[in-house]
Design a protein around this ligand. Structure first.
Ligand code: AHG
Ligand code: MN
Ligand code: MN
Length: 333
């Protein structure tokens, strides 16, 4: 077989050492692949189909909903209508979980997702993404999602789709991170890179630096260090797109640090913006599978026990050296 004709489905079915049976993984990723194709096609032409702008609604996060946030969430619900073995769908755009089919069984799964990541980029033709996390459901649970209130280390697979100049899908299921590129001419995701390993350090850092006064002083110390230009290890460039998926993708391929620090509130507590269960956990899982690290500034993100489906945490993610440096600089106090 040549190097450019391994499809996603073939790859999943032949991948050794995954955390869940290849058949289950294939059934779930086949749905997510279809979702990615539907979304990629629509994003490419949404500006001339009246698809941009806001709906006028506010979501569970208190954020104004873009038409594309709502539509992409609907694509998930529609595609997973016949989505066995997935029995539960948990979205950034829905306060409660949605369930499919009968009771959740021993071999049923939940998909937790951010259908459209980086939605401030929709109207300027910027990069966007979709993030997903796959977990096993415990039998006997369904509407009651207590079995999912467990650390991200219990994810069985995770990944994202990046809608950039090209559409790419990255996933890991315990056997390393693999990346596929959508060939629009044949409508297939084709294997591009297998078992991606991150450099132990990079050359870029990624943060919304406009928020600097809201962060803990440790973040300023870290940025001062990374940009003091005394030598190679203090000469970083800033890269920030406004889409976590796009900024993370750069880190995954080239190393470096992405951070969304907590905002320090008047009572001295730090409040993260990005959501643990369907933004941070999947990316933390991928980064570890590629040899990098993810922390909330104080501890490994995959060890954080959520209290609710929409919990938020600070994040410092990327190459091991930069994430360790952030922790040493006590970026969250
Ligand atoms: P979403 O579009 O799913 O709400 O996520 C937006 C996230 C993330 O993609 C990005 O890194 C960050 O929010 C951007 O936020 P700021 O505009 O506050 O920098
Ligand atoms: Mn997001
Ligand atoms: Mn979103």
């Amino acid at each position: 077989m040549g190097s450019h004709n391994t499809t996603l489905l073939r790859h999943v079915l032949t991948r050794k050492g995954t955390t869940i049976p290849a058949g289950d993984l294939a059934l779930i990723l086949e749905r997510i692949e279809l979702i990615g194709k539907r979304i990629a096609r629509e994003l490419a032409r949404s500006s001339i189909r009246g698809g941009l702008g806001y709906t006028g609604e506010t979501n569970v996060q208190g954020e104004e909903v873009k038409k594309l946030d709502e539509w992409t969430n609907w694509v998930f619900l529609d595609t997973f209508e016949s989505g066995d073995p997935v029995c539960s769908l948990i979205s950034e755009e829905m306060e409660q979980a949605e369930h499919r089919g009968g009771q959740c069984q021993e071999n049923s799964y939940a998909v937790l997702y951010d259908p459209l990541d980086g939605s401030s980029n929709t109207d300027i033709n910027g990069s966007l993404g979709t993030i997903f996390s796959i977990r096993k459901r415990a039998p006997g649970h369904r509407e009651d999602v207590n079995d999912l209130m467990r650390p991200g280390s219990e994810q069985v697979a995770a990944g994202y789709i990046l809608y950039g100049p090209g559409t790419q899908l990255a996933y890991a299921a315990g056997a390393g991170v693999d990346i596929f590129t959508l060939d629009p001419a044949i409508g297939q995701f084709i294997l591009w890179k297998e078992n991606v390993r991150m450099p132990s350090r990079g050359k870029t850092y990624s943060v919304n630096q406009g928020n600097i006064t809201k962060f803990h002083p440790g973040v300023r110390k870290l940025i001062d260090h990374l940009t003091s230009r005394k030598d190679k290890s203090t000469s970083y460039s800033l890269r920030y797109t406004g889409a976590f998926v796009a900024d993370f993708h750069r880190c995954l391929l080239e190393g470096g640090l992405f951070m969304y620090p907590g905002e320090v509130t008047p009572d001295g507590k730090s409040k993260g913006k990005l959501r643990l269960m369907y933004e941070l956990n999947p990316m933390s899982y991928l980064v570890e599978q590629a040899g990098g690290k993810a922390s909330n500034g104080k501890k490994r993100l995959l060890d954080v026990v959520p209290a609710g489906l929409h919990d938020r945490q600070p994040i410092y993610i990327g190459s091991a050296e930069e994430v360790e440096l952030a922790e040493r600089m006590q970026v969250e106090g």
